[in-house]
Each structure stands twice: as structure tokens, then as C-alpha cells.
Design a protein around this ligand. Structure first.
Ligand code: PMV
Length: 339
């Protein structure tokens, strides 16, 4: 099953003609508490296991898409033109190939993001989800979130969770075409829950998550045990979220993340996204916990850390981690996607 077939199945009889002169879409970045690591289908970005994340409300990407007036795509980041042969543009254009038709051959896209691109801060997640929301408005598809999530997944796996706010579960699914693998919201509001972003390095990562996943799955002896354990952790964290048991949520998330990085480090050749600064900051989190503060971390495919804590610990966090970006994932937002 190829990506084009999935797009055909999702769009069925939808019009190829845009219903608006432009489409605007917003999506939050998201941070996984139970990680997605490893693809059972490399083309459709289908995972080996269910993951669970929290969307970061105002921290995300806004994209505007319209028809290009010239005979090639035009891509802008924060209103600045981007060359078409950069890694960023190539990936984006390849994804847009799925949506070109007899009416719209080339697109004009402007993306504004508060998320550094390709540094393990979920830029591709909010980027592809925002793009799908923008395409949905541009073409007037009026798709249900389930289908928006499936389309976003084709761009970047974790993007399927960015279609929703709050806690989101990306269900592993079993169908070969992935029609049962998409993000579903948990609807648990937790107004004291905070995520702190410690941006250690904004540069592109040395190895893409796609390559790193492939290598981990094929070479780490700890991949399977990590994945089996993650299934139990998923059930436990969902219970802890509904019971508002923060210590449990934080400790499960931190263990799941350390486990994921352990599978990378035990791959061959080994993969390590952490920098020295990452370890220094991890130790600071552990020191604070020894002193009784309920503060945890999680780390994705990059050196940056995301701290998990409750509102009451904000002052301690700010004192110990100067420059941290603090996000309240449950601030009111009208909608994550413009309809
Ligand atoms: O969606 P991708 O291909 O960028 O993979 C992201 C994987 C992690 O961020 C490390 C984990 C996750 O679940 O988001």
C-alpha cells in the first residue's frame, strides 16, 4: 500500500478544485510521554507501538497555502524564501506531490513556527499537522480529525498526534493501509500541568529520526524489550493521567524516554543525541528530585530536554533552568485547526 493510495482513500470524491483562495492551518508541537520509536511500515509511517503525547497549545506552527502563480513551488519560512533543494524543501515538496492535481500543480507556502526546525523539538510534527489543516481549508475538504491525522502521519509519524490538543494517543492499528492508526484525544484536562523546553541546540540533528529508528529496530537487542515494556507503561500512564497522579506520570514518561535512548545507544553503530549539556541538565533534574521536587524530563531525537512539572514548581524551575520556555498545554485555544 502506497501513500498515494491512502490519500485517494481518504479524499475519495473530494473536489480537486480549491474552495478558498488560500488555506490557513495551525497545529501545536507535541511531546511524547510514551514514545513512538520504530516503524513497521516505512512508507506509511506506521508504528510498532501505541504512543501518547501532550500537545503544546500556542507553541507550534502556522501555515498558509495557496496556488503558486509561477511554474514551481514557492516556499517561505517566516516570510523568507527558502531554496527548493534544501532538505526541508525536498521533504515538503515530496509530501505535496500527494496533493497536486490537474487544477493545482504548484503551491505557495508560508510557514511561521515558534519551533526550531529538525532539532528534536517536534517541528515536523507541528509542521505537517499545520500543513494538513491548511490544505483542508484550501481545498475545502472538511475532513474529520481522524482523516486529518492519517494525512499528517504520512508526512511525519508524530504529526498525527498534533491534530488534537491536550493528551493524545496514537493508536498503533493493525490494518496494512494504516486506516486504523491515528491520533485520538484523551479529553483529560489538567490545568496545573506544565512542560518546560530546554533548548540546548537549535541546529539540525546529526541523524534523522527515520534513519535512527531503522538502525535501532534492526540492531539493538534492547528494542523489543523496550517496546514490550512501553505497552505496560502506556496503560499505567493513562490511569495515572486520569487519577491526576503527577509523580507517576512524570516517572513513567522519564523511564520510557531513557529506555528509548538506551535502545539507540545499544544500536550499532551507536546513536547518541545527547550533548554534554544534556547530561548536566539531566543531573540537575535528578538533584532537584532528591530535594523533594516533583520534576521529570523527557527527551526526543535531539539533545534538547522537555521538563514536566506542576504549576506550583514554576519558580523553582525558572531559578534552576534560566531561559526555559514554559508552556501551559491547557491554555484555552479556540481550535487547533482552522475549519
Ligand atoms: O515523527 P518523527 O519521525 O519525527 O519521530 C519522532 C520520534 C520521537 O520524537 C523521538 C518520539 C515521539 O513519539 O515523538
Amino acid at each position: 500500500m502506497k501513500r498515494d493510495d491512502v490519500v485517494k482513500d481518504v479524499l475519495l470524491e473530494k473536489s480537486q478544485k480549491p474552495s478558498n483562495s488560500e488555506g490557513k492551518g495551525y497545529a501545536s508541537a507535541n511531546v511524547a510521554l510514551i514514545k513512538y520509536w520504530g516503524k513497521r511500515d516505512l512508507d506509511l509511517n506506521l508504528p510498532y507501538s501505541t504512543s501518547l503525547s501532550i500537545s503544546l497549545s500556542h507553541y507550534g506552527t502556522q501555515t498558509v497555502i495557496k496556488q503558486s502563480t509561477i511554474d514551481h513551488d514557492q516556499i517561505f519560512i517566516n516570510n523568507q524564501p527558502v531554496e527548493l533543494d534544501t532538505q526541508f524543501s525536498r521533504r515538503l515538496r515530496k509530501y505535496l506531490d500527494l496533493f497536486r492535481n490537474d487544477v493545482i500543480k504548484f503551491f505557495h507556502i508560508n510557514t511561521e513556527s515558534s519551533v526550531p526546525i529538525a532539532a528534536g523539538v517536534a517541528s515536523s510534527a507541528s509542521g505537517f499537522a499545520a500543513l494538513v489543516n491548511a490544505l483542508n481549508q484550501f481545498f475545502g475538504w472538511d475532513l474529520e480529525e481522524k482523516y486529518l491525522s492519517i494525512l499528517a502521519r504520512l508526512g511525519s509519524g508524530s504529526a498525527c498526534r498534533s491534530i488534537w490538543p491536550g493528551f493524545v494517543e496514537w493508536q498503533v492499528g493493525h490494518e496494512p493501509n494504516g486506516m486504523d492508526s491515528y491520533g485520538v484525544p484523551l479529553y483529560d484536562e489538567w490545568s496545573e500541568f506544565r512542560v518546560g523546553l530546554l533548548l540546548i541546540e537549535k541546529k539540525e540533528k546529526p541523524i534523522s529520526s527515520r534513519e535512527a529508528m531503522k538502525r535501532t529496530v534492526s540492531t539493538s537487542p534492547f528494542y523489543k524489550p523496550w517496546q514490550d515494556h512501553a505497552k505496560k507503561q502506556l496503560e499505567e500512564i493513562k490511569q495515572a493521567i486520569s487519577a491526576r497522579n503527577f509523580t507517576k506520570v512524570g516517572s513513567i514518561a522519564e523511564q520510557n524516554s531513557i529506555g528509548m535512548h538506551a535502545t539507540m545507544y545499544t544500536s550499532w553503530p551507536p546513536i547518541m543525541y545527547s550533548l554534554e549539556k544534556t547530561f548536566t541538565l539531566i543531573k540537575r533534574v535528578w538533584q532537584l528530585r532528591k530535594r523533594g521536587n516533583s520534576i521529570y524530563f523527557t527527551q526526543d531525537a535531539g539533545p534538547n530536554l522537555k521538563l514536566l512539572f506542576l504549576e506550583d514548581d514554576t519558580a523553582i524551575i525558572q531559578k534552576n533552568f534560566p531561559g526555559i520556555i514554559i508552556i501551559n498545554p491547557f491554555t484555552q485555544m479556540e481550535s487547533t485547526h482552522a475549519k
